[in-house]
Design a protein around this ligand. Structure first.
Ligand code: GAL
Length: 381
C-alpha cells in the first residue's frame, strides 16, 4: 500500500515538474511592456517598424520596416522583416520577407529607397500572400508617393516584387464633388509642406491634377472585410485627404472603385478595424516622425459617411498618442471585441532603436479609447 502510495506521489510530482517545465518553455515574455526593448527568439530587439499583422492558420505574422543603425537608418537598406508568434508576446525571427535590390540602383525597390508601412493579406481564393507598402523610389525624397505590391506562396516569404503604381489612374472617386471633376486644377509650385497646403485641398484640386497619372499614396494600411473584399487605405492628395480604394478579387490591382474622406484633415498612419458591423478608423496628424494627437472615426459602411470621434487616447500624454504613431489595430483571433493598438515610437536619429507601443483598446458606447499601461496582459482586454 505504502509502495503504491509513494509510486503515486512520485508520479504526481513528475507530472507537476513536466507541467511546470513546459510552462517555462512557453516563452520569456508573459506580458506586454510598451516602450521597452522587445527581444525576439535570438535576443535581438524586434526590427519591424510601421508594421502590420497577418493571422494565418494559428500563427500571427508581424511584418514591418527593417531599420538600420546610424545615419540613413530610416531608408530601406534591407527590406521587410517578418516575425511569427502564437501568443503575441514571444516572436520568432522569420528573416527578411521582401529584400531590397542591391544589384540595380535604378530598380523601384533598390537598396536606399524608402519602403514604409508594409502590410500583408492572404487571398483565400488564390491562396497567395499579398504585400502592399508605401514606396518612394531611391533619391526622390517623398515625391513618388507610390504603392508597391509583392506576392508570395508562403506567409513568411520570400515575396517577389511585382510593380509599383499611383493608384486609380484615370478614375474619379465615386464621391468626388463636382468642383473637382469639373473644376480647374490650381496647384501652384511645390505645395506639400507637411501638414498644410497653401490653400484648401479642394480649391487646389490635387485630385484633378493626379486624375490621369494616378493618385498619390503615402501612409497606408490594408483591410480585408468579412466577405473577403480587400481595401487599400492611404494618405493622398499631398497627404491632405484619405482615400479608401477597393482591390480586385485577386488583391493585385485596384478595382476602380474608391472614395475620398476627411479632406484637409491631413490624416496619416491609418489603421482600420471592424466591430459589431461598424468600421473604426484611427489615424495621426501629419508631423513627420514627431508624435501628435491621434484621431478616430466610425462608419456603418466602409464607404462612409465617417463620423469623427476625436482623440481616442486618454490620460497622461494622450495628446501625443503616448509618444507614438498608429500603425495597425490587431483583432485578437476568436475574440469578437478584443483589439490591440499597435504604434511606433520613432527614433529617427537611431531608427533601429524605435520602440513598439502596444496597448489595449477599450470601448465606450460608440467610441473606443486607449490608455497607457506600463505592463499588461491579454486578459486585461
Ligand atoms: C510620418 C509617416 C512615416 C514616415 C515619416 C517620414 O508622418 O507616418 O511613415 O513617412 O512621416 O517623415
Amino acid at each position: 500500500m505504502n509502495i503504491q502510495k509513494s509510486i503515486l506521489t512520485s508520479g504526481f510530482l513528475l507530472f507537476l515538474i513536466i507541467v511546470l517545465m513546459s510552462c517555462k518553455q512557453e516563452g520569456k515574455y508573459q506580458a506586454f511592456t510598451p516602450g521597452e526593448l522587445w527581444l525576439d527568439n535570438n535576443n535581438v530587439h524586434i526590427n519591424a517598424h510601421g508594421g502590420g499583422i497577418l493571422y494565418d492558420n494559428g500563427t500571427y505574422y508581424w511584418f514591418g520596416e527593417h531599420k538600420t543603425e546610424g545615419e540613413n537608418g530610416n531608408l530601406a537598406n534591407v527590406g521587410v522583416h517578418c516575425y511569427s508568434s502564437k501568443d503575441l508576446y514571444n516572436w520568432t525571427d522569420e528573416g527578411i520577407a521582401l529584400s531590397v535590390i542591391e544589384a540595380d540602383s535604378t530598380h523601384d525597390i533598390a537598396k536606399g529607397c524608402i519602403l514604409e508601412r508594409p502590410k500583408v493579406i492572404h487571398n483565400k481564393k488564390t491562396k497567395k500572400y499579398i504585400m502592399y507598402f508605401h514606396l518612394e523610389p531611391k533619391g526622390q525624397g517623398y515625391e513618388g508617393a507610390r504603392s508597391g505590391i509583392a506576392i508570395s506562396d508562403k506567409a513568411t516569404g520570400p515575396y517577389s516584387y511585382i510593380r509599383s503604381v499611383r493608384p486609380n489612374a484615370g478614375h474619379w472617386p465615386f464621391n468626388a464633388p463636382e468642383i473637382l471633376t469639373k473644376g480647374p486644377v490650381r496647384v501652384e509650385g511645390a505645395i506639400f509642406t507637411g501638414g498644410s497646403l497653401s490653400a484648401p485641398a479642394d480649391s487646389l484640386n490635387i485630385l484633378g491634377r493626379d486624375m490621369q497619372g494616378g493618385q498619390m499614396a503615402r501612409d497606408m494600411t490594408l483591410f480585408v472585410d468579412d466577405d473577403g473584399t480587400a481595401y487599400h487605405i492611404y494618405s493622398s492628395e499631398e497627404n491632405s485627404t484619405l482615400h479608401i480604394a477597393q482591390l480586385t478579387e485577386d488583391y493585385l490591382d485596384y478595382a476602380d472603385k474608391y472614395a475620398r474622406f476627411f479632406p484637409d484633415r491631413f490624416m496619416e498612419a491609418p489603421a482600420i478595424f471592424k466591430k459589431d458591423e461598424k468600421y473604426y478608423l484611427m489615424a495621426s496628424g501629419c508631423t513627420g516622425w514627431a508624435p501628435n494627437e491621434a484621431r478616430s472615426a466610425v462608419a456603418k459602411s466602409i464607404w462612409g459617411p465617417w463620423t469623427e470621434l476625436g482623440n481616442p487616447c486618454i490620460g497622461i500624454d494622450a495628446d501625443l498618442t503616448f509618444h507614438s504613431q498608429s500603425t495597425y489595430i490587431l483583432p485578437i483571433q476568436g475574440k469578437n471585441s478584443q483589439f490591440i493598438y499597435m504604434g511606433d515610437r520613432w527614433t529617427p536619429n537611431d531608427a533601429i532603436d524605435g520602440r513598439y507601443i502596444w496597448l489595449p483598446i477599450k470601448f465606450e458606447g460608440d467610441k473606443f479609447t486607449i490608455e497607457w499601461k506600463d505592463s499588461w496582459i491579454l486578459n486585461d482586454l
